[in-house]
Design a protein around this ligand. Structure first.
Ligand SMILES: [Zn+2]
Length: 503
């Protein structure tokens, strides 16, 4: 089990061992108080959930008569069958035909042959950016950054970021993205970071989506360094541990992990990479770093690869965001280290950033996930558009329609993204023991289906999305959020953006 997985799997018999191990660490007397709180919570939860595993998990929901694309490695052919979900939000059983008579569910829903796929995972998102859709329409990345980070967001408050992040996360959910790596905005000064992080964390929890909380460690300068970053992470992680003490397993399972939003390529000193490597080791965190996105500075940016490798950042805990303007040596070193990348075709197309050579990465052994990026550069968080945009870009690049097929690209946005984020034990495919995050798609306007994966990827749009489930809980039906007032949230966002825009 990787260190960035905080919550025990009730099916994991090894959990008591890790609990004892953590307990031993605590007895040794940790200096870092907040880490202690964090670990104690994990320890208590592990004990509680291990005991619960002995009792039979009651069936909360059965979806029957569904045409299931499980995306499990051994199950390429879709089939008609059922999914049973336990009270803890995990899949108890998924199978062909009718469900066994022994499974008695509180709710049985007949899908009437409609299609079921895993919830999409965005390996790269900035949900707060949904407040700034359509911004800098004719700019490439660097000009767009000036508009967004240099002007638009400069007056926003931490509370504004709550509403922006909530809206963006719900936009993800309404489009079928049930989990995302979220790059959070760390405020305008280091002193504001914790207030912003806390508001954005609350928004993601309130949205009901699952998320990796990407945290800005701060930028190394003459007056800011490792001690400051350590203090910032300690404060935030201690606070998160307290938030995570909920008795509800659904609530606890929303935070998938915390990772560092890497800034090596945005600093003019290798000290940034060194600081991040130290934080990753000390707090046992992964890292996603935007790298080789824009074409303009690609030569000098490739030189920075040495900073990543020298600091020890290129490992299986590193995800390179975008990673377009690579070369053979960078690809080979990334693959050899087991490092990953996140592919964001909608955003890359909008900003004219270029086309990542995904077939070459996969062939070399680089792990690839897909992201919808922020809604200020991919202006709707729509994974169906993202699949098509990506697939078509690759086919255009190669002038070859056989270079990538619909199944391959769908796999990258589900299983691939789960792998990149280190959560394949919980997400990515519909299999027993995983979290019951799935989408129901109404195929009634599809016409004749020649090839289910081709129809799914080429034809489906958000209006076909009938239901979105997270942990077996219905979150969206026909575009309508079940437990959120989207009109109210949008009014808040619009009022706040307008108020900060006046000179
Ligand atoms: Zn990004």
């Amino acid at each position: 089990m990787r260190g960035d997985i905080f919550y025990p799997d009730i099916f994991d018999p090894g959990i008591n061992l890790s609990c004892l191990h953590i307990g031993g660490e605590i007895r040794k007397g940790m200096i870092l108080l907040s880490r202690l709180v964090w670990m104690s919570v994990v320890c208590v939860l592990a004990t509680v959930t291990s005991l619960r595993a002995v009792a039979q998990v009651p069936v909360k929901l059965v979806v029957r008569n569904a045409y299931i694309f499980s995306m499990a490695a051994s199950e390429r052919e879709p089939f008609t069958g059922y999914i049973a979900v336990g009270a803890d939000g995990r899949i108890i059983a998924v199978g062909k035909g009718e469900l066994p008579a022994s499974l008695k569910a509180a709710t049985v829903w007949d899908a009437k042959g409609h299609w079921v796929i895993p919830g999409f995972i965005s390996a790269h998102s900035h949900p707060w950016q949904s407040a700034y859709r359509g911004l800098a329409a004719d700019k490439t990345l660097l000009g767009w950054i000036d508009e967004l980070y240099g002007k638009a967001v400069t007056k926003a408050t931490a509370e504004d970021l709550y509403w922006f992040t909530l809206e963006g996360s719900l936009d993800h959910l309404r489009h079928g993205v049930t989990s995302a790596y979220n790059f959070n905005y760390g405020g305008h000064t280091p002193e504001q970071a914790v207030a912003f992080d806390e508001q954005e964390f609350r928004a993601q929890m309130d949205s009901g989506t699952r998320f990796v909380f990407g945290i800005e460690p701060g930028r190394v300068t003459a007056t800011y360094g490792l001690d400051d970053a350590r203090q910032r992470l300690n404060t935030f992680l201690g606070w998160v541990a307290i938030q995570q003490a909920s008795k509800d397993p659904q609530t606890r399972s929303r935070l998938l992990s915390v990772m560092i939003n890497g800034g090596t390529a945005f600093n003019d000193t290798p000290k940034q990479a060194v600081m991040e490597a130290a934080l990753m080791k000390e707090f046992d965190l992964g890292n996603q770093s935007h790298y080789l996105e824009q074409p303009e500075t690609q030569g000098e940016d490739r030189q920075m690869f040495q900073w990543f490798t020298d600091a020890g950042l290129v490992t299986d805990r590193m995800i390179f965001g975008h990673f377009i303007h690579t070369d053979a040596a960078i690809i080979a070193a990334t693959a050899k280290a087991g490092a990953a990348m996140s592919w964001n075709p909608l955003s890359n197309g909008r900003l004219a950033s270029g086309i990542a050579d995904i077939p070459a990465y996969l062939k070399a052994g680089v792990r690839v996930g897909m992201g919808v990026d922020g809604e200020a550069s991919a202006d709707l968080a729509d994974p169906f558009e993202n699949l098509r945009t990506g697939l078509y870009a690759i086919r255009d690049k190669y002038e070859n329609a056989g270079v990538m097929n619909p199944y391959d690209v769908l796999k990258l946005h589900t299983v691939g993204s789960a792998d990149v984020l280190g959560v394949t034990d919980r997400l990515g495919s519909l299999e027993k023991g995983k979290l019951a995050d799935f989408l129901v798609i109404d195929p009634s306007e599809y016409g004749h289906v020649f090839d289910p994966y081709a129809t799914l990827v080429f034809v489906t749009s958000q209006p076909d999305l009938e239901r979105v489930y997270v942990g077996g809980e219905l979150k969206v039906e026909r575009g309508k959020l079940m437990d959120q007032d989207l009109d109210h949230i949008e009014r808040e966002v619009n009022t706040r953006v307008a108020a900060r825009s006046t000179p």
